[in-house]
Design a protein around this ligand. Structure first.
Ligand code: FES
Length: 146
């Protein structure tokens, strides 16, 4: 049986599904992460001597905890921002080594300064800041809070 005969035997719906398998799902499947609600009442601590905090030893490192990105910026200060992007609420905000250290969401490429200010506009939607949290260091215990 030739290809066109095979497709014809399947019917139009199946032939469409075989021909255009990505039409509805691929762009979403290509996205890492999930759409999530902004956390509220953020107030927790991180023991900087613990295993979970090892990525915070070098400047520029970051960890994720409770939907918050906790980073040690390139000046050695601790900064914290929500993981929830202000663009479409994906939980993909991370700290990256660009422009001296910024928060970045790889879903559509939104970039934010360390104070949460948007640095670009990825589409016609108005770019909004992301939530930034306070940090307070007491010995080796880092508190992250609103
Ligand atoms: S959801 Fe982050 S850039 Fe679109």
């Amino acid at each position: 049986m030739e290809r066109k005969d095979f497709l014809r035997s399947l019917g139009a719906g199946a032939a469409f599904a075989l021909t255009f398998p990505c039409l509805q799902g691929c762009s979403k499947d290509d996205i890492n992460g999930n759409k999530v609600e902004q956390p509220t009442g953020v107030d927790f601590t991180v023991d900087l001597t613990s295993q979970e905090a090892q990525a915070l030893v070098p400047n520029g490192g970051f960890i994720l905890k409770n939907l918050v990105v906790i980073a040690k910026n390139f000046e050695g200060e601790y900064v914290a921002a929500t993981q929830v992007c202000s663009h479409e609420s994906y939980d993909q905000v991370r700290f990256v080594n660009q422009n001296g250290g910024i928060f970045y969401c790889d879903v559509h490429g939104s970039r934010f300064d360390q104070d949460g200010t948007p640095l670009n506009q990825v589409d016609s939607k108005t770019a909004k800041p992301i939530k930034i949290y306070n940090t307070e260091l007491n010995g080796s215990i880092l508190r992250v809070f609103e």
